[in-house]
Write a protein that binds this ligand. Sequence first.
Ligand code: NDP
Length: 286
Amino acid sequence: MAAEARIIDGKAAAAALRAEIASEVSGIKAARGLVPGLHVVLVGEDPASRVYVASKEKQAVEVGMNSVAHRLPPETSEAELLAKVAQLNADDSVDGILVQLPLPAHIDADRIIDAIDPAKDVDGFHLSNVGKLAAGRAALVPCTPLGSMILLRQTLGSLAGLEAVVIGRSAIVGKPMAQLLLQADCTVTLAHSRTRDLPAVVRRADIVIAAVGRPRMVKGDWIKPGATVIDVGINRLPDGKLAGDVDFAEAVKVAGAITPVPGGVGPMTIACLLKNTLTAFHARRG
Ligand code: NDP
């Protein structure tokens, strides 16, 4: 029987990336007396969003950034939120602005994202950054696909010529992931809920990216032996445990390398938010 897949340790990779960022931030402080600033805006009391924002705030502090969370009440109007964004856009000490999604139903999220200065859009959701990524120009890239690419490159080195299948076509994961894989010279298939015979499509892949939101949907016998599997899914099971979109217990017996859930892509996402903040700092402040 073949050996089990190598487990891709996203926690360790994220810790290493944060250490690099911390050292760069301290270098900037020492040389120029400047501190990169990340501002996260949270509207309302959504429990999951509160946890994410607290975690982003804490990790930004840990790498030495100026980390500010703006917690606004649930009844905040769209106009008030736009005013907050305008204030952060105008503040030169603010390098990264992230408005935590989802927003309350009375606020149009697209309008808010469109209002963020693209040079400070560390989520990479502004149309200007989406367009630049599609055109293959330098852009702020959404954090989860960026983190997934770092894990892939650490695992495989060059990705040129490999068959990559991305399952899920959301604007925050699937589509930017496909763009990045294309830039890395993969042959890319972007699958979704209307794809015919998904198992057969996935079986072609040297690289599988699962970003669907359905626990353990991707089965072991969909995986080509030796393939690299990046499981983006985070699904809460009825027993409270987390599961990815890939049936890990099956896939680990077939794949060459695989990310676990938790401990795979998840930790890389916030580390890449910090990386984007540093990228935005350099692009704007030299
Ligand atoms: P969305 O719900 O926005 O998109 C899901 C995608 O999956 C859609 O494109 C949908 O297709 C496709 N899909 C749904 N059912 C099937 C099916 N049966 N077969 C094939 N494709 C299907 O989800 P997100 O992209 O926002 O998130 C995906 C997962 O990643 C979630 O579990 C989420 O929690 C997780 N996530 C994890 C992050 C991290 O930090 N690790 C960050 C962001 C998300 P269609 O377009 O046709 O409807």
